[in-house]
Design a protein around this ligand. Sequence first.
Ligand code: SF4
Length: 404
Amino acid sequence: MSRLSKPETPFTGSVQNHPALKILRPPNPPVTVQQWSDWQWHLKNQINTVAELEKWLSPTVEEKRAIYFSQEKFHFSFTPYWASLMDPSDFLCPIRRQAIPLDEEFRTSVYEPRDFISDGVKVAQGRLTHLYPDRAILSLHSACVLYCRFCPQRKIVPRESKTHFFSFSNSQDRSILNEKEWSEIREYLNSHPQIQELILSGGEPFLLNDEVLHQIFFNIKAIPSIKNLRIETRILSVLPQRITSECIQMLKEFQPLYLILHVNHPREISPEFQDACAKLADSGIPLASQTVLLKDLNDKVATLSYLFSFLFNLRVRPYRLVQLLPFQGTEHFRTTISGGLKIIENLRGRITGLSLPEYVVDTAGGKISLRYESILSRNKKRVLLKNCEGKVFVYPEKIFSFSS
Ligand code: SF4
């Protein structure tokens, strides 16, 4: 057992009644209701120093040291809203552990690369990656609303600044898509009509304001072959206030548009999160989720079954459970694939199939689906299948054709 693990404590009842959530609410230091519901206020008051963090909880000596050492190396930043979800009395709080660095982050195992470079065609200095035949991934900028301690995106990569295709509502990031890059991307998409879906992924697309997002979506949808937009976002967990009625109206203009919410733990499903999901779902915006499997944080059957069922009840379809990408300083978050397969098998008999995500691993060649071997053997006559309880069933493979 690692120093970061603790016994499984299944969640029951509603998350908003969790005693730890009540500790920090109303926010400390006090802010007005108007400020708290204003997403721009949260961005202006981001927590990125020990002094800021101390307004919310008493960081340990190790946490302070790790924040200090992460300067110039890894980003450290999150919203006051995210801080309000933390349990100040619990060092192992999953909200805290996803956001505050520890000593482990500065150790790199032999299996952990310092950079992750995926295969596929790269356009405009890697802003656009074309890896799958009918899809491409677009990164508009490199800023996140929370720098998750397990993600390569937390690494600080200085970039040249150029004329921007758009400007940030807050000027915190230097790495924004520029005019020249956008025209290269547009040209590539126009000349590859097999690309029908554009995936907007990290940095956080919703850090841009509605006008800028409208401009971007409008330009993307002006490309005749692009049929779908998919937005992968952490915003509902970290800043649900961003999902305003104006934002939802803007999103509705660009359907079909899918939101994939990154959610790792039931404690992220606050009343604000639930409210934002309800408004989006009521507006007809399809919602799905992805969860990163994280050691000692959510790698328990009870935690994940609660998370997936809760999301499903909010009309968010659990879509993917992602095996953590090995990357510099993330060993303490990594589970084995064998462990992940066992969890999926246990979940299979426990929650409805509609709320069971696909278990996948990211590789340089794209995502690969991971499945526990349910086929024990097969030949031309029959297939031997095993269910989640280990019972064996025979499926006849031979097809008999009857003439009429
Ligand atoms: S890209 Fe997503 S997972 Fe990675 S740091 Fe940003 S918010 Fe976290």
